[in-house]
Design a protein. Structure first.
Length: 297
């Protein structure tokens, strides 16, 4: 059974005659009769009662008619549906972000999607580096912003941005009274920082190893929100990216200085969960992430 057979059945039912349907379709009555007979044989029941005045639906034909009409109508609208979807993408897109850049990036993605692509439904997932990569590999995320460690052992993808690490303290602290701070000064401070394999921590530990030092880590926490609150209370210092603390700097609850000598840059890439077959909606959100990343810093 194919859609052409069902369309022909619908035409004969509407015309009430094999000859009239053949005339309307620009074919012969014998060709119409042959195709309908093949359909009846496949369904193992007659669909029409042939009379001298035309063709009348049997009980089986009356059962088939509304379903055949619906199938033919739906098939006829598929090209329009596909073209409309390409013009106005729709569907769920799952985006996985690391805490260090989840905000304000998530806000910018949502603002653009909700404004320009109402058919796309976003699902934002936040996780540490290993979780984001696992979600992408297992197909539980469609897009992810991932970190490349200094040794390059990370998932491939286009470069998004390379923000610099800043030393962060409570407001008024002497360590951040200037715009920049030497990396060596950071090594003498009590640090509150994420557990390994956090990329920011890897950068700090590798830079410290190159000068024969070890950072003074007094507390490990895998929540950037907890870390920021602890630092704001003066319990220690942290090193993070400027966008992570932009709100607190503006509110005056934290202070920061850019780390220099050396400058420590964290590399972020865009990765696809299914790189060989992303949906139109996924590609649209990927473009939005790239655009937002250009102005993030």
């Amino acid at each position: 059974m194919d859609l052409d057979q069902l369309r022909l059945f619908v035409s004969v039912a509407a015309a009430g005659s094999f000859s009239r349907a053949a005339l309307l379709l620009g074919t012969t009555q014998s060709a119409v009769s042959k195709r309908i007979l093949a359909l009846e044989q496949e369904l193992r029941c007659p669909l029409f009662e042939r009379t001298g005045r035309g063709a009348r639906l049997t009980e089986a034909g009356r059962l088939l008619a509304p379903r055949a009409e619906a199938l033919a109508r739906e098939a006829d609208t598929l090209p329009e549906l596909i073209n409309e979807t390409l013009r106005q993408p729709r569907g769920l897109v799952r985006v996985a972000l690391q805490p260090s850049i989840a905000w304000p990036l998530a806000g910018r993605i949502h603002a653009r999607v909700s404004r320009d692509y109402p058919g796309i439904r976003l699902q934002i997932q936040e996780g540490v580096m290993g979780q984001v990569e696992e979600w992408l590999r297992e197909g539980r995320a469609d897009l992810g912003v991932v970190t490349r460690l200094p040794n390059g052992r990370r998932m491939p993808g286009p470069l998004l941005f390379e923000p610099e690490l800043h030393l962060v303290s409570a407001p008024g602290d002497r360590a951040t009274r200037r715009a920049t701070v030497a990396f060596a000064s950071l090594l003498d401070l009590p640090l509150i920082i994420a557990t390994l394999p956090n990329a920011g921590r890897v950068l700090i530990e590798e830079a410290a190893r190159r000068v024969g030092r070890t950072p003074r880590i007094v507390l490990e926490a895998n929540s950037i929100h907890v870390i920021k609150h602890l630092v704001a209370e003066g319990r220690g210092y942290t090193a993070t990216l400027a966008p992570v603390i932009a709100g607190e700097l503006k509110a005056g609850t934290l202070a920061a200085s850019r780390i220099v000598r050396p400058v420590l840059r964290q590399t972020f890439l865009l990765a696809f969960g299914t790189p060989d077959r992303p949906t139109t909606a996924t590609r649209v959100v990927a473009d939005i992430i790239r655009e937002a990343s250009r102005t993030l810093l």
